[in-house]
Structures are given as C-alpha cells and as structure tokens.
Design a protein around this ligand. Structure first.
Ligand code: ADP
Ligand code: MG
Length: 310
C-alpha cells in the first residue's frame, strides 16, 4: 500500500493541481482589497504566512464589502446575511472575521430607534417622519420652535408642558407627532402615539375583559404620551370622565408629558366635550377636562396646505 506521504507528494506534483493553485493565487493576490491588507500589514507577514493564508484570502475576496455587490440587505450576497468579511492577522496566520455591513448597522439602529416608539392604532409608517422634513413655513414656525425646545430640554422625570397641536385636516399634525417621537427616541426616550377614536372604540369593546384595565394603565404611565386626533370621537360621559379624565388626571399629577393633536382649538374642544351623544349638556365636566388639557399642553396652531391632496 502507498504511504499517505507518497500520495500527497503526487498530488502536490500533479500538474493540474499546481496550475489551479497558481491561478487561484494570482487571482487572490491581484484583488485590490487583498493587496491593501497585505500592504498595510507587510511588517508582520512573510511568504509562508501569505501562502498559508491563501484560502482565507480567497474566502474574503469572494464576498461583498461595504455593500458594494448587494442591491439591498434582504438580497445580501454574503455567506452570513448582513455581515462582511475582514482580514486579520492571528499570530502567524491570516484569518477572516465577520462584522456587520453598513446596511445592517443602519437597519439595527433603525430597529432600536423604533423599539422606543409604540403606535396604538396609528399606522407604523408614521415612524418615517422626521423634524428635518417639516417645511419651515410661516404657519408652522411656532410649532417647530416649541417642538425643538421640548425635545432639547426634555429629560426623564422633568416636569414639562407638552403641546396641543391644532389645525385643519391634512396639515401634518400627526406627522409632527411621528417626528417628535423619533427625535425623542434618539435620546432613548419612550413614547406612545395613540389614535384616540380607535383606542376608545377598542376600550368599549374590551369593557368586560381584563385587557381593559391593562390598556388604560399602559397609556396612563408611558413616559411620553401622544393623543392623536382628540375630538374626532363621539362624546359619551363614560369616555370623557372615566377614560380621558382618569388618564389625564394621573399624568397631570405625575408630571408625565402628554401631547395632543386635534382639528379643534381649545374653545371648540370645550364645546365638543360639553355635549354628549345623549344630548346632555355637561359644561362643568367639560371644563374639568379642559383644565387638565391646558395644564398638560400649550396650544399651538399648525397651518399649511392640505398635504393629503398632493
Ligand atoms: P393631519 O394629522 O394634520 O390630518 P397628517 O399628519 O396625517 O395630517 O398629514 C397628511 C399627509 O401628509 C400624511 O400622509 C403625511 O404623511 C403627509 N405629511 C404631512 N407632513 C409631512 C411632511 N412634513 N413631509 C412629508 N409628508 C408629510
Ligand atoms: Mg392626523
């Protein structure tokens, strides 16, 4: 029987093998990124290390770096999606390690950012909103200034008045909330945006079960609450006094910032809250809720064209 050494020698001397090896070697060594690596580390390398490292450098060469060969993160061409190879020297050997590619880093940051924002009955695409996309025009200057002040000055447990953004349909009030939530998330502050009419409908539906209290408790205690489209719901004394009243009372006493958006200004809101579906006129109860809203938020008008028709 032939010894293993004999067989290996034969293989090494095999013309086909040698040729293939030389081709691979020249391919690998002509790669620009490989050359960069060899040049930068020439002090630590010798011919033996380079020769032994050819397979590793081949593995490195075959994959995308800095997302250059990938159309998107989803269609990443690398062995491990979202990770790019990096050549390193490990003692007397060349090795490949893997680190997150730029797209994966951006995606992870976006996910972390999103994890600070909870949307209840508000479409998630509001998370694409950003303060830098809000046009600086006359009808928004005041709102933009107050939002910027709030985001800059807010820190957890600090007593701060939030904003009551009012203005007509489609001017971008909800978009503002998304932008504020994102700006706060950058400071690692948690916020929840709640679309009020749907929240109240859901609450009504879960009146009998245990999720009812859970929902109210959650909204009461979230660090920054944003109540979107207050005034678009139909008023019942239950929702006004027992739901809204309870939530606002708690947040007021605990100094928890609460933003509002509405098509109605304070005066119209007071009127809206005064008349219930049953036709009862309850001015005093409406006034009590208005006091809480006024304590929690400074009113600011948002004007501009209706962006929904664009
Ligand atoms: P409102 O809440 O005042 O009725 P929205 O915030 O829903 O208005 O805005 C209406 C539409 O315009 C939405 O589709 C929103 O995404 C878009 N929009 C609003 N403001 C901006 C902005 N600054 N940049 C880009 N899109 C915007
Ligand atoms: Mg809206």
């Amino acid at each position: 029987m032939k010894s293993i050494n004999d067989s290996l020698n034969k293989l090494a001397n095999n013309q086909g093998f040698k040729e293939r090896f030389e081709t691979l070697k020249s391919e690998v060594l002509s790669d620009r990124n490989v050359q960069d690596f060899l040049r930068k580390n020439r002090d630590q390398l010798d011919e033996g290390i380079v020769e032994r490292g050819l397979i590793k450098m081949h593995e490195f060469k075959g994959q995308s770096k800095e997302c250059q060969d990938c159309p998107s993160l989803q269609s990443c061409v690398n062995m491990i999606k979202g990770y790019q190879p990096k050549l390193v020297i490990d003692g007397k050997n060349i090795d490949v390690t893997y680190e997150r590619c730029p797209r994966k880093v951006t995606e992870d940051e976006r996910k972390e950012q999103e994890s600070f924002i909870q949307c209840l009955y508000v479409p998630k695409d509001i998370l694409g909103a950003s303060m830098s996309d809000i046009e600086i025009e006359q009808g928004r200057l005041e709102a933009i200034k107050l939002v910027r002040d709030f985001v800059r000055e807010y820190e957890p447990n600090k007593k701060m008045k939030a904003l009551y953004l009012h203005g007509s349909f489609g001017v971008g009030k909800t978009y503002f909330l998304g932008a504020i939530a994102n700006a706060l998330a950058e400071k690692k502050v948690k916020s929840t945006i709640v679309y009020v009419p749907e929240f109240l409908r859901e609450l009504k539906g879960s009146f009998q079960d245990k999720t009812f209290n859970e929902k109210i408790e959650y909204v009461k205690k979230v660090p920054v609450l944003m109540l979107d489209d207050l005034g678009a719901e139909s008023v019942t004394s239950w929702m006004r006094d027992d739901v809204l009243g309870t939530i606002l009372q708690f947040r007021m006493l605990e100094n928890l910032p609460t933003f509002f958006t509405s098509n109605l200004n304070f005066q119209q809101m007071k009127h809206h809250l005064t008349y219930t579906q049953k036709g009862e006129e309850e001015e005093l109860k409406a006034a009590r809720i208005m006091e809480r809203i006024k304590t929690l938020a400074t009113p600011v008008k948002v004007e501009g064209e209706n962006k929904r028709n664009k």
